[in-house]
Design a protein around this ligand. Structure first.
Ligand code: SF4
Length: 214
């Protein structure tokens, strides 16, 4: 049975509906918007409870959906693919009910480590685009910025493998780095080369303290 919570799962920034399914994450990024408060755009993204079902999220997506919606993005105060089954069920609902709306996931790329299997084929047909945080040009800088829960080389290689696997499976895949955060110097050119070798698009995100840009 679906559990009642005060959780806020779905919210808009402009014409994009964001779905926030967890506050759990396998990184602790220095630039994470979670470090600067519990809200984005006036919406409280700290969930009161991690115990809920895909029905709870679907109900809120239905209630929140409106004509202004142009894109739906799984992204919030945590790593969405930790809640893989919820993401898959909600994405399926979206594909069945709002066929015209593209679905994107913003992820840290650890999903195959977390679930100890290749989950990318499970996303095919449910997700149109995926944005994966590459963060850096090597494992040392990656670890310094993201403090992954896994050994640094394991985590960094897993992120690169995940990017490649998503691209190989026909999901429109973009690897991202954050620039302009404190004095960290990311080798953007090298990150772009790595991304191109993996078969994905590349995007630099300017660091914004209020966390608006995705
Ligand atoms: S991966 Fe995303 S949610 Fe997780 S700590 Fe980094 S910025 Fe925050």
């Amino acid at each position: 049975m679906a559990q009642q919570t005060e959780n806020k799962f779905a919210y808009y920034l402009g014409n994009t509906m964001y779905i926030n399914v967890t506050n759990l994450c396998t990184n602790r990024c220095k630039f994470c918007i979670r470090n600067s408060g519990d809200s984005v755009g006036g919406v409280k993204l700290v969930l009161d409870s991690e115990k809920f079902s895909h029905e709870d999220v679907i109900k809120e997506v239905k209630d929140t959906f409106s004509d202004k919606c142009r894109e739906i993005v799984f992204c919030g105060y945590g790593e969405p693919l930790i809640k893989l089954e919820i993401v898959k069920n909600v994405a399926q609902f979206i594909k069945q009910n709002y066929q015209q709306i593209p679905v994107r996931i913003n992820t840290n790329g650890h999903a195959n480590l977390i679930h100890k299997r290749n989950i990318v084929p499970e996303l095919v047909g449910l997700v149109d685009m995926i944005s994966v945080s590459l963060n850096a040009e090597n494992a040392d800088l990656y670890a310094e910025l993201a403090s992954p829960a896994f050994e640094k080389s394991v985590a960094y290689e897993a992120v690169k493998d995940f990017i490649q696997e998503c691209a190989k499976n026909g999901i429109e895949t973009t690897a991202t780095v954050v620039s302009g955060f404190e004095s960290y110097k990311i080798d953007i050119k090298k990150c772009q080369e790595i991304t191109e070798e993996l078969g994905a698009k590349f995007r630099v995100r300017e660091w914004l303290p209020q966390g608006y840009e995705n």
